[in-house]
Design a protein around this ligand. Sequence first.
Ligand code: PLP
Length: 453
Amino acid sequence: MNFRTLLVFCSHNLLNPVQLTTYYFYLLLTTYNLLLTKLGLAIKQESRRFAAFIMEKTTLSRRVNSLAESQTIGMSKLSRELSSQGIDVINLSLGEPDFITPEHIRIAAKKAIDEGYTHYPPIAGYAELRKAISVKFKRENNLDYEPSQVIVSTGAKQSIANVVLSLVDPGDEVIIPMPYWVSYIEIVKLAEGETVSINTTIESDFKMTPAQLEAAITPKTKMLIFSSPCNPTGTVYTRDELKALADVLAKHPRVFVMSDEIYEHINFLDKHESIAQFDNIKDRVIIVNGVSKGYAMTGWRIGYIGAPKYIADACDKMQGQFTSAASSIAQKAAEVALGADIGPTLEMQKAFRRRRDLVLNLMKDIPGWIINEPKGAFYVFPDVHSYFGKKDGDTVIENATDLCMYLLHKGHVSLVTGDAFGDPNCVRFSYATSDDKLVEAIRRIKEALAKLR
Ligand SMILES: Cc1ncc(COP(=O)(O)O)c(C=O)c1O
């Protein structure tokens, strides 16, 4: 109410000047009070937030403070936030098959519940599942791992953590070719190991060479970690390439290899090859695998290792103090997945291959994107650095993270910055979604990029 309306109000309500002044004074005071309370509240809130920040930084362990949050999960969270505001976002930032778990596996899980598989399983996994994994190693990879050399965990991520925490001491060096899967670095940090990166480039199909590996090994090297097929590049090493790497490692008997083969079944070359097949290093190889990707079972959380017995035993001990065994029901489902006909997996593989071809075909006329043909997994990892320095109005693209944000806000397509994988020139595009969405996503990307000058 301003002064004039107040006067009109007073004359209508017959207030005298004293009443009027008192009323006006009262109004002023209430406004002032309100402002003070608001200011007070804001100051209180800010100081609370500051105190919480200080508390977080000084109370939480150095260990957890040193960890980075997963940027793939972060990007997915952002795109979900936009979706919840009613924006139609195509989320290509997550690494999981869009298919649901095949029916025979779902039935096995329901049966397991009805049959009473509801108690704690042995830490290392049910004997039947460890046997099924041992048989799988022989059948699909021609590798000999006794069930006692197999440890089942809550996802391959836990398998990796178990191995790193069991082998790496503070100060040990762990060689990781770049680009790498996000969690390797953070898990090595947890173990207080030192990461030694090997830079690979799009020109060499993102592959490390034997010479690079040799040059990276020092007396402090404990382990090499790599994935083939690789997340994020889709790179797949051939048998000859793996043999050449194994020959280098054979000269360094104290160096272990963690071979992450979680994308084994999403491989567009003839046959999956494992570095564990070479006898000169087999006793130092730990294979990590699981059912998440090949059987569309990401939510079931079943991963496993095949390893020398003493390393398997160490992982059993480690897991026993952390999480105990993986879910009883998921284990029974995984047993059926690994033991049954692999038909549904091959169908999914075919779909991923078709989508890869579709995406590569649509991407080839995006100006300035340099694209490498992935041979496995379900990602394309284009080099987008030619867009750095370009602008759309006030928005300037300085790096791959800016480009991802721009594509999210302008094109409503969510990708992941290559920074998350150690390559600041690239972005990761996951094609684990329907053909229609892929076509629309690339249309939107092209439209948004065309506005950058
Ligand atoms: C290369 C790689 N290794 C391991 C994992 C972890 O798999 P899981 O879901 O079984 O924990 C992932 C998941 O994205 C991955 O991409």
